[in-house]
Design a protein around this ligand. Structure first.
Ligand SMILES: Nc1ncnc2c1ncn2[C@@H]1O[C@H](COP(=O)(O)OP(=O)(O)OP(=O)(O)O)[C@@H](O)[C@H]1O
Length: 343
């Protein structure tokens, strides 16, 4: 759960109202001010601040509706709740247009497409439209494909964070749900509500991944803040059960980064990453560029010395193997009973 600068009671009211938002697939929404039209395709996710749907933008051409692309549309209860996310996306969009100079090319899709209100069952609902990121959460990806893939995917996530840092930002609210991984292993970040300019104070974060919560440093936005969250994320993905047990056994006031370091040291899946994780937890990397390079070196070394990440065996191959073994056993049995198989 994300903690933000809202007062506790107010946050609770927002969450309850957000839970009640539900729009059926096929519903067509029209923005009240910009008059763009969207068809709801399916629910993508639900958070504390809003509900996100996959939508198709519809354009009218010769009195007929024509689809003009897929996007993610986030609805909430109060436009103020979206303000920090919208500001962040606006800044990223501005940067994309001015610095990258690649508008319109593949891979340079807009961060922010529209901001408006819509009438949903007689209620005015604020929404904004952003680029759609295909994929599943990092946790779901590793659960499906196996922990061996973490070295590769973790490297791609660090490369993304490095890019954010190079543009003068800190992501701020890094957590498993905000990292989406595509089938081909492409990693993208979603929910820019925690994006903070370097040097300012991070205001939207999730306690578990927060450096301040572990008494390991301030909430001042520097690249070490995101690298710390990345280290906790790694511990959570590779040692979830042990981390949960540790959290249950300690009080938030007494939580200490040493608990995390000890967990890493004693966990068979985390120990190979110990040197890197210890540096990230201590804030000892000079830059995320250095952190990325060291992660790549380490995971290549681990990849070469351990077994290669396996791809799941296709079902047909398992059946083929099973049937072959069965036929072999039958043949041996028949031969043993004196049947001449050549007759
Ligand atoms: N652009 C996007 N493309 C695809 N899926 C998205 C996109 N944005 C959000 N989602 C999905 O919707 C979920 C909720 O969105 P988001 O994290 O923005 O909500 P939130 O209310 O800010 O959540 P939190 O409780 O973490 O603050 C995400 O975890 C993700 O699965």
């Amino acid at each position: 759960m994300t903690t933000s600068f809202k007062a506790g009671g107010q946050l609770h009211t927002v969450k309850t109202a957000v839970r009640q938002i539900s729009v059926a697939p096929g519903t067509v929404l029209k923005g009240m001010w910009n008059e763009r039209v969207y068809r709801i395709e399916r629910l993508l996710g639900r958070g504390a601040n809003g509900v996100v749907y996959l939508v198709t933008m519809l354009a009218m051409e010769e009195n007929r509706e024509r689809s003009s692309g897929s996007f993610a549309l986030k609805m909430g209860v109060d436009a103020v709740d979206f303000q920090s996310e919208i500001n962040a996306l606006r800044s990223l969009e501005h940067q994309r247009r001015t610095q990258d100079g690649r508008v319109g090319r593949h891979g340079a899709r807009p961060f922010l497409v529209d901001i408006d209100d819509a009438d949903v069952s007689g209620q005015r609902i604020p929404f904004y439209v952003m680029r759609y990121v295909p994929g599943v959460s990092l946790k779901a990806y590793i659960y499906k494909n196996g922990a061996d893939w973490y070295g590769l995917v973790g490297g791609k996530l660090l490369a993304r964070l490095n890019k954010v840092h190079q543009h003068g930002w800190v992501f701020g609210d890094l957590k498993a749900e905000n990292v989406l991984v595509n089938d081909d292993g492409t990693v993208e970040l979603v929910d820019y509500g925690g994006l903070t300019a370097m040097g300012n104070s991070v205001k939207q974060f999730t306690e578990l991944y927060d450096r301040g919560y572990w008494h390991a440093g301030s909430r001042s936005a520097d690249c070490g803040y995101d690298l710390f969250s990345f280290a906790v994320l790694t511990i959570q993905i590779l040692g979830e059960k042990e981390l949960r047990e540790r959290l249950k056994a300690s009080l938030p006031q007494t939580r200490d980064v040493k608990d995390l370091q000890e967990l890493v040291r004693n966990h068979p899946r985390l120990r190979p990453f110990e040197s890197w994780l210890t540096r990230a937890l201590k804030g000892a990397f000079a830059s995320s560029e250095e952190a990325y390079r060291q992660w790549q070196e380490l995971s290549h070394r681990l990849y070469r010395t351990s077994k290669k990440p396996h791809r799941p065996t296709p079902l047909w191959l398992k059946w083929f193997f099973g049937v072959s073994v069965f036929l072999l056993v039958i043949s041996i049995a028949l031969a043993a009973w004196g049947f001449d198989l050549r007759r």
